[in-house]
Ligand binder design. Sequence first.
Ligand SMILES: Cc1cccc(C)c1-c1noc(C(C)C)c1COc1ccc(-c2ccc3cc(C(=O)O)ncc3c2)cc1
Length: 229
Amino acid sequence: EITKEQRALIKAILDAYNRHQIPQDVTKKLLQEQYSAEENFLLLTEVATSQVQVLVEFTKNIPGFLSLDREDQIALLKGSAVEAMFLRSAQVLSKKMPSGYTEVLEERIRKSGMSEEFITPMFNFYKSIGELHMTQEEQALLTTITILTPDRPYVKSHEAVERLQETMLDVLRKLCVLQHPQEPQYFARLLGRLTELRTLHHYHVEMLTSWKTNDHKFTPLLCEIWDVQ
Ligand SMILES: Cc1cccc(C)c1-c1noc(C(C)C)c1COc1ccc(-c2ccc3cc(C(=O)O)ncc3c2)cc1
């Protein structure tokens, strides 16, 4: 019962999701550079900066996004960047990559100067995402739904964003029924991850503060999107 328009929407979002990837030379560095808290932090900063650029390009390809009020487009990106990156890094960490890449990324995150109180919930989230075994379409749609959250700070046309998000929620609901027929609660479980993302978002604000206090530097793009310094 997925309509023709909804199939076209899924295809557009999946193509955009797959087309916009972090360049290999950036992610390869995660494997090569030596280990130290400073080096890990620098590498994660570089990957996060590249990830934000990829996220902006992906978001521009979400059907309907560019017809939203321009200031709302910025408000949605700033409000959702951390959550979209938790989702993206979760998808990477939950795949057992042949290159031993997952372990390396996990190690660098664990040893990048963030306190233990953030590490535990973060890796619990990564585990809970891994257990869902999401398809590519589900990952792309869940990221889209996170970006189109109407109650981010400074969003003016709440209804316009809500209408767009509801379109995506309707598609994801149908897709979950189709792709996980034996798990009627699967869609509800996916939405439950969005609640967990909000909690991680709050932790992240504290992580940034503690990194700042220890005089860690961020790139101009991260400072802009995360309102740092
Ligand atoms: C530490 C942390 C955890 C979760 C979210 C954030 C923002 C932070 C976080 N909070 O601060 C920071 C930096 C600034 C220290 C971070 C680091 O964020 C990230 C963001 C993305 C990725 C990442 C890694 C590998 C990828 C491979 C591929 C691919 O192979 O296709 N694609 C995308 C990838 C993205 C890693 C860390």
